[in-house]
Design a protein around this ligand. Structure first.
Ligand SMILES: Cc1ncc(COP(=O)(O)O)c(C=O)c1O
Ligand SMILES: Nc1c(O)cccc1C(=O)C[C@H](N)C(=O)O
Length: 411
């Protein structure tokens, strides 16, 4: 039996090695923020960094900033800062554009790398943008999408159909249930079948070690506005394994990925290495905000973050069990990301009532309450306070107030 008392949570906070990092984020007084799996909290370093980028670099240095403030190399420089967080050696990660754009670019490249194969293997429950893009890329490339749940992907890859799969494209974590997928097993099965593996790590980057090199992943795409706290719409990243650099033929051959961009040649000649995955002008404001946001990761490591994240989610699951609610997230550590999903028919009004009390999570259809735990700024006392608020809402029936019957938010 786990101790879910507030006294125990406070004792855990007192000996938490990551606790000092909480002050590196600006969290409003009285809020328990459990939606960092959708939009990370504001890092304390970001406003000052943005101020400098806007007022000095843009306002004073103007166009000279591309050289003098090294704006030009920001996509590869910020990519290099993200690399250790996903277990990638240098020179394989580029930052820029949205997750959707990076997914598109990588999917087309993967299909092009396996001529004669016509299947994009993906999950029926993949995050919607991934599924929509797989369908579009299939139409564009004369391929077809085969939707197979992650748990069955290795078997399909190992069977007769495997020989026709160009790429297996899966989410590392199910955005609804928080289930962590078998990244190593699916990747191995894809490679044994002669296919490539593309992982969407939006829900694990900065929360769960990914070990891209160790697992021989081919392509990895992730957003930076969740656990990396890069800010709303901050640019995504793309990892392309070094062994593919010379043959990587991206769909989006923008001029920033050219061998000599300022030669202004009429024809495209790809840059060497990961710079080939650059596209057009990068969103400098967002990228430099992200660069300052991820500075905090230099003060800890992914193993410590993962250990605390599992302890936080263990504690929350124990609290939810005591409330007699259904936990949709797997209990085994090896199958759990950094969120806990709770099933309830009244998920939406319950979350609305919680948010009114200062406990911020979100909901996903049809009946999932999601609570995300960023180990850098969520405390053990936050966990028990959130669970207590959930218990109070249910016991009092406050979520049945007609105000909460209306879907008030877009997220
Ligand atoms: C797994 C996953 N992929 C992609 C996205 C979003 O893509 P984009 O950043 O292009 O909106 C999200 C979240 O919005 C996500 O959870
Ligand atoms: N990317 C988002 C956005 O642009 C608006 C609102 C929410 C989001 C999210 O990140 C949603 C999130 N990926 C999810 O797992 O549902």
């Amino acid at each position: 039996m786990s101790d879910t008392s507030r006294a125990h949570a406070l004792a855990l906070d007192a000996r938490d090695p990551l606790a000092p990092l909480r002050k590196r984020f600006r969290l409003p007084e009285g809020v328990v923020y459990l939606d960092g799996n959708s939009l990370g909290a504001l890092p304390d370093d970001v406003p000052g960094a943005l101020d400098d980028v806007v007022l000095r670099q843009w306002g004073v240095d103007l166009i000279r900033s591309w050289n003098d403030n090294d704006w030009w190399n920001a996509p590869t420089r910020v990519g290099a800062a993200i690399a250790p967080l996903i277990g990638a050696a240098e020179g394989q990660v580029v930052c820029g554009d949205s997750t959707s754009v990076q997914l598109f670019n990588a999917l087309v490249a993967a299909v092009r790398l396996r001529p004669g194969r016509s299947v994009i293997l993906t999950d029926p429950d993949t995050f919607p943008t991934d599924g929509y893009l797989a369908d579009s890329v299939a139409r564009l490339c004369g391929a077809r999408v085969r939707r197979v749940p992650a748990g069955e992907a290795a078997a399909v890859l190992g069977g007769a159909e495997g020989a026709d799969v160009a790429v297996a494209a899966y989410n590392h974590v199910d955005y609804r249930t928080g289930e962590l997928r078998d990244l190593a097993g699916i990747t191995r099965a894809a490679h044994d079948a002669g296919a490539l593996a593309l992982w969407d790590v939006c829900h694990t980057a900065g929360a769960v070690p990914i070990d891209a090199d160790a697992h021989d992943l081919d392509f990895v795409v992730g957003c930076t506005y969740k656990y990396l706290s890069g800010g709303p719409g901050s640019p995504a990243f793309l990892y392309v394994a070094r062994r593919l650099h010379d043959v990587f033929d991206p769909a989006l051959t923008g001029w920033h990925g050219h061998q000599e961009p300022f030669a202004m040649e009429p024809g495209y000649r790809p840059a060497d290495g990961i710079a080939r995955a650059r596209i057009g002008s990068p969103p400098i404001l967002g990228m430099l905000a992200l660069e300052s946001a991820i500075g905090v990761f230099r003060e800890t490591g992914m193993a410590a973050i993962r250990a605390k994240s599992l302890a936080l989610t263990d504690l929350f699951i124990a609290c939810v069990d005591e409330l007699g609610l259904e936990v949709a997230t797997p209990r085994e550590h090896a199958r759990r990301g950094s969120q806990v999903a709770v099933r309830h028919d009244e998920a939406h009004p319950i979350m609305a009532a919680l948010i009114e009390r200062g406990v911020i999570g979100d909901v996903r259809p049809p009946d999932i309450l999601r609570f995300g735990f960023n180990a850098l700024y969520v405390s053990y006392s936050d966990v028990v306070d959130a669970a207590a608020a959930l218990g109070d809402v249910l016991a009092s029936g406050s979520h049945r107030d007609p105000r909460f019957a209306v879907r008030a938010t877009v997220t």
